[in-house]
Design a protein around this ligand. Sequence first.
Ligand SMILES: [Zn+2]
Length: 159
Amino acid sequence: MSQNEPAPSSRAYVHDRCEQPTVVSDTAFSTVASPLAGVEQTYCNACKDMFAVKEYRWADSGETLPDYYQRHAGGATAIDRFIASRHSIIAAFVVSVVVGIATAALFYFFLKEGLMAAVFLGIGAGFLSLIAMGTILISFLTPMVHRRVCKVSDPRHLV
Ligand SMILES: [Zn+2]
């Protein structure tokens, strides 16, 4: 499917146990459509609970989610999967906390700022770091990995 067309806004999958469809849209759709996101469980609207992805198939194609992930993620490396999963965001958060603490320590111990000013600067540096890394991950690295592995930058284009 051409990447120039807008991505579909939603897709439905069917849960094997109850045979009922659930429509996913927005972020939930992007996540569940990504063969690299490492999704293990997803929500069934009828059962009102999370179940393993192997219990679901796409309503339109009939393909199970694990088969779809396998088919589109053939050339993915561990690093590709890390970048496209939420683990990279968690890692960016941890790094930002460290950056914030290091910045506060630098201002307090070496530049002899007051404690409150140092804490404030540390929080600011941590936030900036998280925004910068989150933007790079979400807007550049993840689409790049999807384009290389799945041939589309937005996995919602995949069928
Ligand atoms: Zn169900």
